[in-house]
Design a protein around this ligand. Structure first.
Ligand code: HEC
Length: 291
């Protein structure tokens, strides 16, 4: 390349880059099919009528990255430095439709976490690409569950349960899924609407609705929304909710019923939380209109 072309090309590219940044053009265009096991699947409200695609680790590494330190990582049980893309920046880079107000983080084992706009704003979770300067091949396994952490991990620099999210005296927990393979951008109306109670529901059941969506949906699904790892859909939980003893014992201490249970016991739940949950599942209508 002659020096003259060099000096011509670079300012032009620079200008294009500045222009596309200024108009908010998407620097991240998903590929139609998987090219590597390390690709991240993205789905939902993507632009141009696309509902599914794949982005490579290289594409993600080309975005502006943020570095934060978490002094108490829940999976690694130590302090950890994360380098990655804030989920809101990923949303912007993909030009996700602005009506998307809930993000599902879908893991290899079917566990499915979700974060809403308020959580994103408060805790700024990152799609983590490096932990302590190392890529996913060095991440090892979660000390909480023994599962491999790769290919993607989502966590925030810090977390503190919000007083407004305390339900029946039960605090929210941090959202930090590992083995994340897919990210789905949805709306709460579309995804959570079918889980909502109708206008005739009791106050107690409404409290239970928020608790169940927050604490149960990650492993129990309803028609494609929520986690598949339990293989026990929402409608089955409704069936069990009519058996007071079984339902409540299972939630608090699953191993007392099923010794090989993989469900974590909610031993911190008080009577009001259990009452609310049970009322919710009893009043919820699987085919109902929701609100
Ligand atoms: C981390 C995953 C996980 C979460 C979160 C979870 N469960 Fe489960 N649950 C399971 C699994 C896995 C099973 C299947 C049997 C087993 O391993 O215990 C199960 C089974 C059950 C059963 C028994 C179903 C049957 O057919 O016998 C009930 C009832 C239940 N869960 C209720 C709940 C409720 C209510 C919540 C929320 C407060 C909840 N679970 C949250 C993983 C989970």
């Amino acid at each position: 390349m002659t020096p003259i072309i060099r000096t011509l090309v670079h300012p032009v590219l620079l200008l294009l880059g500045l222009l596309s940044a200024a108009v908010g053009a998407a620097p991240l265009v998903p590929l139609p099919s998987r090219t590597s096991p390390s690709d991240l699947q993205v789905s939902g409200l993507l632009p141009g009528g696309i509902t599914n695609g794949f982005v490579t680790r290289e594409q993600l590494l080309s975005l502006p990255l943020t570095t934060v330190t978490n002094v108490q990582d829940g999976a690694l049980k130590r302090s950890a430095v994360y380098r990655g893309v804030p989920l809101t920046a990923l949303q912007a880079a993909l030009s996700v439709e602005s009506r998307s107000d809930v993000i599902f983080l879908i893991c290899g084992d079917g566990y499915t976490a979700h974060v809403d706009a308020a959580y994103l704003k408060q805790f700024a979770p990152l799609l983590i690409l490096e932990i302590d300067g190392q890529g996913p091949e060095k991440w090892g396994r979660s000390l909480a569950s023994g599962l491999a952490m790769a290919p993607y991990y989502v966590n925030s620099g810090s977390f503190q349960a919000r007083p407004a999210e305390r339900l029946a005296g039960i605090d929210e927990g941090p959202v930090y899924p590992y083995a994340v393979a897919r990210i789905d951008f949805s709306t709460s109306d579309r995804a959570l609407g079918p889980l909502r109670l109708d206008g005739a529901a009791s106050e107690l059941a409404r409290l239970g609705e928020r608790l169940a969506i927050r604490d149960c949906l990650s492993c129990h699904d309803h028609r494609g929304v929520g986690g598949l790892m339990s293989n026990r859909p929402w409608a089955l939980l409704k069936t069990w909710s009519s058996n007071t003893n079984y339902f409540r014992r299972y939630v608090v201490r699953p191993k007392s019923i099923q010794p090989a249970s993989r469900m974590p016991g909610f031993s911190h739940y008080n009577e009001q939380a259990l009452d609310a949950l049970q009322a919710y599942f009893r009043e919820w209508k699987p085919g109902g209109a929701g609100r």
